[in-house]
Design a protein around this ligand. Sequence first.
Ligand code: NAD
Length: 303
Amino acid sequence: MEKILKGKPIASRIRKTIKELIVEHGLEPSMLLIQTGDDPASAYYVQNIISSGAKLGCKVELKNLPANLSAQDLKDVIAQANADPSIHGIMLQKPLPTQIPDAEAGTWIDPNKDIDSLNPTNLGKIILSMDSLLPCTPTAVLCTLRHYEIPVKGKHVLIIGRSSIVGKPLANMLLWKKPWADASVTVCHSRTENLNEMIQSADIVVAAIGVPNFVKADMIKKNAVLLDVGINEIINPDESQGYVGDIDYNSCFDKALAITPVPGGIGTVTTSLLFLNLLKASLAAKGTNKNIDDFLDLIFEEK
Ligand code: NAD
């Protein structure tokens, strides 16, 4: 097994399949990307999505809305996109302004166009192991495990973080009865007692907390696999800006069996999965319902 679990080869495999399927089915996938306000981190992600779309042959229409928009304004924009057959996917860039009820905004998106999996219908389907558009970051974790052929079945996977976009959906997906899941899952959070002892017992640790370098070598079991979802902006000693994960990469490297880097790990895979969802949605709009499993098999069974 490779020690450094880089995201780039996984993203390449996903993008290759997306491009092939677009040609095979004569698709013109099109998404509406809604940005509210001018948060600099959001602006970075938005540009990343636009350039990824251009490389894949997917149309990304950006709607930049003012930070002081009302909940009704946003609801109207989403309703218009829901009704527009030329738009196959809708992505609502977070964070939203405080006057917009975060969880409720996800319910405004048509579940069939919900390519970032914010709608409770899609999240509910995950609990029931039903086919749906999948949340990108948890799927990126599963794709990383699958690409690097890391055994998951029956293993103890411990997730630190219980957010609705990462920890909770990931826990449910890891429980799926699939050859590449079937794990025993523990979810920890900020109120967990004896967190260090719990992390010690895990074969695979997924950190999604947003605390720079939180997981140290003395917390993990020897030969644990470490998957770092965290992306934290830091200022280096030379005052340059940098990014680190929630896992202290340098301190954990020797003790771990394998570890994802930050940047260049899970985050690298996430955007390509947004476009996989868009592909699925645009194919469904043409009347062809392809199960997400079929897409993942296509991506990972081809060497
Ligand atoms: P969130 O703030 O919504 O949730 C954080 C979770 O961590 C909470 O459940 C909280 O209980 C837990 N937590 C916080 N401090 C803790 C502590 N000291 N001990 C134990 N648990 C603690 O965060 P989120 O949106 O899930 O994001 C988490 C991290 O993942 C952030 O760094 C974010 O930037 C990153 N992220 C990365 C991607 C990606 O594609 N790689 C996508 C989304 C989020």
